[in-house]
Design a protein around this ligand. Sequence first.
Ligand code: HEM
Length: 326
Amino acid sequence: MSTSSRRVPIESQSVDAPLSSTAVFLVLTVTEVPGAFENVRATLASISDILKNVAFRDLDAALSCTVGIGARVWVEVTRRPLPRELHSFRPVNGAHHSAPSTSGDILLHIRADRRDLCFEFERQVMDRFGGSVRVVDETVGFRYFDVRDLLGFVDGTANPVGPELREATLVGEEDPTCAGGSYIVVQKYTHPLTEWRTLSTEQQEAIIGRTKADNIELDDADSGQKSHKTLATITVDGVEHGILRDNMPFGSPATQEFGTYFIGYSRRLWVIEQMLQRMFIGDPPGLHDRLLDFSTAVTGSTFFAPSAALLDAMSDDPEPAQPATP
Ligand code: HEM
């Protein structure tokens, strides 16, 4: 977890990094070139040094980076057993909308209050990766007014805070080799904003489950149609399981691309998967999240963010035994 001390603010893998004014979501796959895995491993082990190198140039900009590693490459890259729940993103196919699964071995979630620091950090990391990775998607997100998404709603209010944040996001004793890490799900959504704007404010508020101007929670309609807020609330045996979201708007008015990059951190992958089931299939099935009538999921991948200690320790691991040559 990141420290509040102004003196040592630079820490990689800070899941709870402060909300930033800009972010980069970089999804990569490991290539087939000889030595690719070795290089990816060495680069990831040096992330905290690269971070220190760039972040120190303006501590107030609070540069942070969280690395996620996907199931396909986890064992080879980390030389550790798979985190208990880690598997690749499982597509969800509802009657009207689908959440596709797209490739992704490595995620870099880079956050800062200065775009140039994100750029410089990403440049240095990509130089180190060289040909060992291929870029699947790079999305640059920005803070929109008072943490609003491009649909105009304040996004992130219900995030856990204080001790609840750690409980909701960091794996504990249930999986000792992965303790201190976090599951991450990312999805890139695009919005047909012109259609969204044909709805009245009241219709939009009913879809989200909060008022637009002052962000007050609303009850669901008597019809049985649940709002996004309600469908994304997971309660089991009376216990509500929260996740940490750090969604960011992205896009370009010039090309008419408008979107939300969803990123969710959780101690329990099944919680995010259950949210997606309830959104895409509906609760009851058939009554899907109406937010999806105005939001199309174009990517979907799952990662595990190891603790900073595990990431750094990768540089000290012994080489694996070479298979004997016949
Ligand atoms: C187009 C994509 C999305 C947009 C624009 C969006 C927007 C919002 C907004 C405006 C809220 C209400 C304010 C807040 O508490 O943050 C909200 C709540 C929430 N969303 Fe989303 N969301 C999106 C996708 C998702 C996805 C894919 C998930 C999970 C898989 C999710 C999980 C949640 C959760 C857990 C809450 C809080 C519910 C509560 O009140 O306890 N969202 N979202």
